[in-house]
Design a protein around this ligand. Structure first.
Ligand SMILES: Cc1cc2nc3c(=O)[nH]c(=O)nc-3n(C[C@H](O)[C@H](O)[C@H](O)COP(=O)(O)OP(=O)(O)OC[C@H]3O[C@@H](n4cnc5c(N)ncnc54)[C@H](O)[C@@H]3O)c2cc1C
Length: 386
């Protein structure tokens, strides 16, 4: 990360300026009012940040995985909600369309999603299945040449504002994961309905909601990838998404660190600044070390992705460590503020609330541990077989 290319440094510089000038000043108000950051998203689209994972040939910025992670991290230092809105559009929507879509699907959606004229969401979770994602009730039945979809998805980030969903539905429920298929569903299709946005602990400006499908009729061209390939598409998509969430977690933790560090330079107790108390210095030393470790894991996962092939373990390790690190760092940063940390006058409490979700969405910490352990056991078994 010390040696960024000119392009990487340019993108990072733009993201940092945007975060400092356009996100940080409004983040508290967006959070307080749970306001959707419409103007900020328009600005990010102008910079090409809504289509970072879209190849240039398809109308996007075509960033490499490290640049993408650096930009998401920088945006999250300004506003965690805005960062996840951007991450979902890029990782969970544009990327699977770019990777698994037909030419027609790519042409129909990518240029519009990449330029912010349309927004995407990703529908995997259901009211009765989250971690156990393959056991879904939403089903897609063949209907002439097309499909008919019924069911509901909940916690859908960007859901209230999205124009299209990458939807996972059971096409042959009895086959479990092998009976899941992916679809591109326009959100204005008859039979699609959305609830009011969810009320939650943090990331208030990143609206999510429950979306229901009542006999939604789709053409044959709605299928993304092959029939029965949906679960694989979802898991590959989440590998990439997890790098984005790890980067978001680092951005939130860095913002918490910076605010606490600045505060420690002006708050006095027992006749001296708290920055001079060794106990406080140790908190900063631990926070800075953990931040650095998380960045290295993200950089490693990004470079594994760049090399091609599977990077499931690297992405899961990066997300697991970065998200739990963000919880620890925001907890300590709030402590540095003392009672003021508990007040909405300072950003520490928002960072503390915002960090927590990174341990849950796109796979909980427990699921990350299962993924890492599963990959280790697989590697050990293939070694002993040779
Ligand atoms: C704000 C927010 C935004 C979200 N955005 C999206 C989105 O855009 N699209 C989408 O599809 N989903 C989204 N989600 C859903 C999210 O991915 C799920 O909440 C998450 O995967 C966990 O699923 P669950 O809530 O059903 O918990 P459960 O799966 O019910 O898990 C409950 C607890 O049990 C643990 N657990 C479950 N299985 C195991 C196991 N085998 N071993 C050990 N522990 C286990 C979990 O780790 C957790 O601690 C979002 C969620 C939130 C809160």
């Amino acid at each position: 990360m010390d040696r960024l290319t000119e392009e990487q440094a340019l993108a990072l510089g733009m993201a940092r300026s945007f975060a400092a000038e356009r996100l940080k000043p409004v983040a508290a108000a967006l959070d307080r009012d749970a306001s959707w950051p419409r103007a900020q998203l328009a600005g990010l689209a102008e910079l090409g940040f809504m289509g970072m994972t879209v190849p240039e040939a398809d109308g996007g910025a075509g960033f490499d995985p490290l640049t993408y992670a650096l930009v998401i991290e920088a945006l999250a230092t300004g506003c965690a909600s805005t960062a996840v809105i951007v991450s979902v559009n890029n990782s969970l929507v544009c990327e699977p369309i770019a990777k698994f879509g037909t030419d027609v699907q790519k042409r129909a959606w990518l240029p519009l999603l990449a330029t912010g004229q349309r927004l995407g969401c990703f529908g995997l979770t259901e009211p009765s299945s989250g971690s156990d994602a393959a056991h879904m009730d939403t089903c897609a039945k063949r209907d002439g040449a097309g499909w008919r979809i019924s069911g509901s998805k909940n916690w859908i980030t960007n859901g209230p504002h999205a124009d299209v969903m990458v939807l996972l539905a059971a096409t042959q429920k009895q086959l479990g994961p092998k009976g899941v298929s992916a679809f591109l569903v326009p959100m204005d299709a008859p039979g699609v309905s959305r609830d009011r946005h969810d009320e939650k602990l943090g990331i208030h400006a990143a609206h999510s909601c429950t979306i229901s499908f009542d006999e939604v009729s789709l053409g044959s061209d709605a299928l993304l990838g092959a029939e029965g390939q949906g679960f694989k598409i979802a898991m590959a998509t989440l590998d990439s998404g997890r790098i984005g969430i790890a980067a978001q977690a680092i951005g939130i933790a860095q913002a918490a660190f910076d605010a606490a560090f600045a505060y420690s330079q002006q708050r006095k107790a027992f006749g001296s600044l708290i920055k001079d108390k060794q106990a406080v210095q140790f908190m900063f030393a631990d926070m800075a070390t953990e931040l650095r470790a998380a960045r290295l894991l993200v950089a490693q996962a990004a470079s594994a992705k760049e090399r091609g092939g599977r990077y499931t373990r690297e992405a899961a390790q990066a997300k697991l460590f970065a998200s739990e690190m963000a919880t620890r760092v925001t907890h300590r940063a709030l402590q540095v503020f003392g009672g003021y940390g508990y007040s909405t006058e300072y950003p520490a409490e928002r960072h503390y609330r915002d960090a927590r979700i990174t341990e849950i969405y796109e796979g909980t910490s427990e699921i990350m541990r299962l993924v890492v352990a599963g990959q280790m056991l697989k590697d050990a078994a293939s070694l002993s077989a040779t």
